[in-house]
Design a protein around this ligand. Structure first.
Ligand SMILES: *Cc1c(COP(=O)(O)O)cnc(C)c1O
Length: 385
């Protein structure tokens, strides 16, 4: 067996979702806040494009880098929406954002290289880095500062072995969103120490209030040269099951990633790539109602959770998660989440695999009624402790 695996845990979010499904199958009315995916179906125009591709005989391998037409659509998307000029040969299509990230670490890291991961973090980052024989190094963001890391905290974690920083804004699990000034300041530290930046922007469209998404690579030509921008269609276009993500960055990085992908996967599924072209060109009036629903849920869940005595949390600025602090109740996050599912049939994800044992993660990729019912059960649960 691969020895690295003894340090790697199976994805805890998936385990909790499975438990919720099991209870539901027994006929229990479960309020499910554990999902890591939109509850919406993929828009019809996107499905039609994939079906058409199949009918047209698009059933063979694409180049390892991805379908040239999709690379071009991604390049146009970056130019139009993010102010980033990437030539199609600076783009690689991956089997989901997850595979794009994994392939990046496999291509960019040497054994023992350190990658700085702001904490709390998406639980797959450290495992992806470890699988690539890298070493994750965590920098704890202060909860009182919306869990954001600062240039000082970043600088203090850098060693001779540090090669990269992961940025995830909007963030899963905290919902934080960095401003352009904050990104510029973090970027400056990276440039000073010659660190690469891997920017996971999968939640860019789920952003609330007056917050604005900024791609760190768009801030300066120097940052552009040192950043891999990663995104995908899973979240904004409700396409988690299609497994299409993409990354863009310096041509030599993309070339190395293409080599890795050519051996690990050949390329993502061809008809799914044709669907993704349509996804990137989907008219705004089709996407917007889903984003508006997330905004309304964000407001409501925050309002309701704020009314619970003992729980503290910020209003999330982006993504579709809220990350309340439950330490007042004197339980670790796993005990709290387990008691909550068994006593009130409310599924959440404990904060521990995200690096935060005082918090739990609630996804609000569910309807307002489920939010109201679920939070009312959590309120009862908290009162009973
Ligand atoms: C969902 C998610 C992704 C991408 O998921 P895929 O389904 O693999 O495209 C990437 N990063 C974060 C933080 C996510 O939550």
């Amino acid at each position: 067996m691969n020895k690295t695996l003894q340090y790697i845990q199976p994805s805890a979010t998936l385990a909790v979702s499975a438990k919720a499904k099991e209870l539901a199958a027994e006929g229990k009315m479960v309020c499910n806040f554990s999902a890591g995916e939109p509850d919406f179906d993929t828009p019809e125009n996107i499905k039609e494009a994939a079906i058409k591709a199949l009918r047209d005989g698009q059933t063979k391998y694409t180049p390892a880098q991805g379908l040239p037409e999709l690379c071009k659509a991604v390049s146009e998307k970056f130019a139009k929406e993010n102010g980033l000029e990437y030539a199609p040969n600076s783009v690689i299509i991956g089997g989901g954002g997850k595979m794009s990230l994994s392939i990046a670490f496999a291509a960019l890291l040497n054994p023992g290289d350190e990658v700085i991961i702001p904490s709390p973090y998406w639980l797959s980052y450290p495992e992806m880095v470890r699988l690539a024989n890298g070493v994750p190094v965590f920098v704890q963001g202060e909860e009182t500062n919306s869990f954001k890391i600062t240039p000082e905290l970043l600088e203090a974690a850098i060693t001779k072995k540090t090669v990269a920083l992961i940025i995830n804004s909007p963030s899963n699990p905290t919902g934080l969103v960095y401003t352009d000034e904050e990104l510029a300041a973090l970027g400056e530290v990276c440039l000073k120490h010659n660190l690469k930046i891997v920017s996971d922007e999968i939640y860019e469209r789920m952003i609330y209030d007056d917050k604005k998404h900024v791609s760190i690579a768009s801030i300066s030509p120097e940052l552009y040269k040192n950043t891999l921008t990663v995104n995908g269609v899973s979240k904004a276009q409700a396409m988690t099951g299609w497994r299409i993500g993409y990354a863009a960055g310096p041509t030599d990085w993309i070339k190395a990633m293409t080599t890795v992908q050519s051996h690990l996967a050949s390329a993502p599924a061809t008809f799914a790539q044709w669907g993704a072209i349509e996804a990137l060109r989907t008219p705004e009036h089709i996407i917007k109602p889903m984003l508006d629903a997330f905004e309304a849920r964000n407001k409501r869940i925050y309002e309701l959770i704020s009314e619970i005595d003992g729980i503290t949390c910020d209003r999330p600025m982006g993504a579709f998660y809220i990350f309340p602090n439950i330490s007042f109740f004197g339980m670790d996050s796993l005990t709290f989440a387990k008691k909550l599912i068994s006593e009130k049939h409310v599924a959440t994800v404990p904060g521990i695999p995200f690096g935060a044992d005082e918090n739990i993660r609630l996804s609000y990729a569910c309807c307002i009624e489920e939010i109201e019912e679920g939070i009312s059960r959590i309120k009862d649960f908290c009162k009973s402790i």
